[in-house]
Ligand binder design. Structure first.
Ligand SMILES: NC(=O)C1=CN([C@@H]2O[C@H](COP(=O)(O)OP(=O)(O)OC[C@H]3O[C@@H](n4cnc5c(N)ncnc54)[C@H](OP(=O)(O)O)[C@@H]3O)[C@@H](O)[C@H]2O)C=CC1
Ligand SMILES: O=C(O)[C@@H](O)[C@@H]1OC[C@H](O)[C@H]1O
Length: 491
């Protein structure tokens, strides 16, 4: 943890306490840590460094409020989500600015995240009148069989730093509308926007304990939330390593997990592709939020017939990417990485790729034009081979490794050869190739002739190590429900 330091509470920066049972309270640990602006490295806030006791108090508050919350009419619960949407919209500029500063996200993208989050609250409010059960035919003519959809109880949402505000809503909105209560743990790297939002919604009258937000490190506070017998569901967005730990923590209580654990998205460029479209989509997808998005192109497979032309266009476009402070007036295309650790991880992966024989066509190093921050140059790597780490492991930075392939079958086989299975994309003007990809590519999400993002009414779900369960739409909402069967005999 190099860009957060433990400290006592200073007086001149914003301080965020824990939000438990409808009140802002001190952390049991008594300590706070600094959250910095990754571009400038200035301290933005001091945030409660929560521990297992904070987790216990938040979970108890969520448990104590859950019965009454579930007994409200679903449309009444939805009313609170609509209020959250309204308040998000009314404060969209303030929230986007906080977000941009705490995670080095360029302001237009931060604004998109805030606006989509408001949409997300509204969209989930719409499910209130649509959660339906079933009446099933019995073998006994005197019996009716009913299937009910019930809330799980207390849900925990553990958020990442890359889309912290949106992912918070992804975990809160379906939980609350279906009658669950929620404990949210933001990433320690980006808690400010979530905490400010919690301050802003104080006037909406949400019953105490229905939503609790506690900050603290995953290994301590997060682990305590996941391992508690009070917790009915843990939804985590983050690394495979954190997912494994959360599953292990949940195992003794057989607690349900819902995991979104990143990806290694292949982009396949066919010989008949519209190359201008493919290059634009792949470059945008790789540099958006400085390459730190789980569903964006992480490796490219290009047909040998168009390889030279594609690479020339790709290198030109990547070398033209504008890098700068996330809040600069002449808005850059991308900014700093979130932290020194992430910068060092990217740098080390690129260095190992070069040792293994990759050729750097542009970028390949830290961007030393900046006195502060954790900037890495937009990078294209050629001569990549399937077995290389840079093709197999998530880089999470502005680095595009490219592999030349002889045909579409080889591209699909190599794309599928991955422990990850979140998203993928195919660029072709041939409907038969597109259909073959739809049938044969083994990923939870495939984009044809475009790249990210997914729709809030879709279902964002990773295969293999990319996760379990999913989010968004009807099926994402159903992750927060369990079934109850009633067998009712007439006498
Ligand atoms: N799927 C995705 O969208 C994301 C993928 N990643 C991938 O993960 C890599 C590392 O990023 P990193 O920040 O370390 O991501 P993590 O997976 O460590 O963090 C994600 C969330 O999980 C929490 N967490 C970590 N360990 C535990 C645990 N044992 N129990 C409960 N909660 C836990 C974190 O808390 P805290 O950080 O506060 O300790 C954070 O809130 C990236 O390089 C990238 O490859 C990262 C972010 C998002
Ligand atoms: O963490 C991620 O990268 C994903 O959760 C991401 O957040 C917004 C994207 O559209 C996602 O799915």
């Amino acid at each position: 943890m190099t860009n957060q330091t433990q400290s006592s509470v200073a007086e001149d920066v914003k301080v965020y306490k824990q939000f438990i049972n409808g009140e802002f309270v001190d952390t049991n640990s008594g300590s706070y840590y600094d959250v910095i602006n990754p571009c400038t490295e200035e301290v933005l806030s001091q945030v409660a460094n929560g521990d297992a006791e904070d987790a216990r108090l938040a979970l108890e508050a969520a448990r104590n409020s859950q019965d009454a919350w579930a007994k409200l009419a679903a449309c009444e619960r939805a009313g609170y989500l609509k209020e959250m949407a309204r308040i998000t919209r009314e404060n969209r500029v303030e929230l986007a600015t906080i977000l941009a500063k705490e995670q080095a996200k360029i302001l237009p993208l931060a604004q998109v995240e805030i606006d989509v989050t408001a949409e997300y609250f509204d969209y989930n409010a719409g499910w209130a009148r649509r959660v339906e059960g079933e009446i099933i035919q019995s073998d006994n003519p005197k019996e009716n069989i009913y299937l009910y959809k019930m809330p799980i109880g207390v849900t925990v949402g553990i958020c990442p730093w890359n889309f912290p505000f949106f992912v918070m809503a992804r975990k809160v909105a379906p939980a609350l509308v279906t009658g669950n209560t929620s404990v949210i743990k933001p990433s320690s790297f980006a808690p400010n926007t979530i905490m400010r939002f919690v301050e802003l919604i104080q006037g909406i009258g949400l019953p105490k304990g229905v939503l609790n937000v506690i900050c603290g490190w995953g290994s301590d506070c997060g682990h305590a939330l996941a391992s508690s017998p009070i917790t009915g569901l843990v939804s985590l967005t983050g690394s495979v390593e954190a997912g494994e730990k959360v599953m292990a923590a949940c195992a003794p209580n057989i607690t349900k997990v819902n995991l979104e654990l990143g990806g290694k998205a292949p982009a396949i460029v066919c010989e008949d592709a519209d190359l201008e479209l493919a290059v634009t989509a792949i470059v945008n997808s790789r540099v958006i939020y400085s390459g730190q998005v789980c569903n964006c192109a992480e490796r490219v497979y290009v047909h040998e017939d168009v390889y030279e032309q594609f690479m020339e266009m790709l290198v030109k476009r990547m070398s033209e990417v504008k890098v700068g402070d996330a809040l600069a007036e002449d808005t850059p295309d991308m900014s700093s990485q979130i932290s020194l650790q992430q910068l060092e991880k990217i740098e080390a992966m690129v260095a190992r790729a070069v040792e293994e024989g990759c050729e750097v066509l542009t970028g390949g190093a830290r961007d030393d034009r900046f006195e502060t921050g954790f900037f890495f140059q937009p990078t294209v790597l050629a001569n990549c081979r399937q077995e290389m780490e840079v093709i197999q492991k998530e880089v999470f930075g502005p680095v595009l490794p490219v592999v030349k392939v002889k045909d579409f079958d080889e591209a699909i086989a190599l794309a599928n050869d991955s422990e990850y299975g979140l998203t993928s994309s195919v660029y072709t003007q041939d409907a038969n190739k597109a259909m073959k990809a739809v049938n044969e590519i083994k990923f939870g999400e495939t984009y044809i002739n475009r790249h990210n993002f997914e729709a809030i009414q879709g279902f964002h779900a990773g295969w293999r190590k990319s996760g379990i369960g999913g989010a968004d739409g009807k099926h994402g909402m159903e992750e927060y429900l369990q079934t109850r069967m009633i067998y009712w005999e007439r006498h």
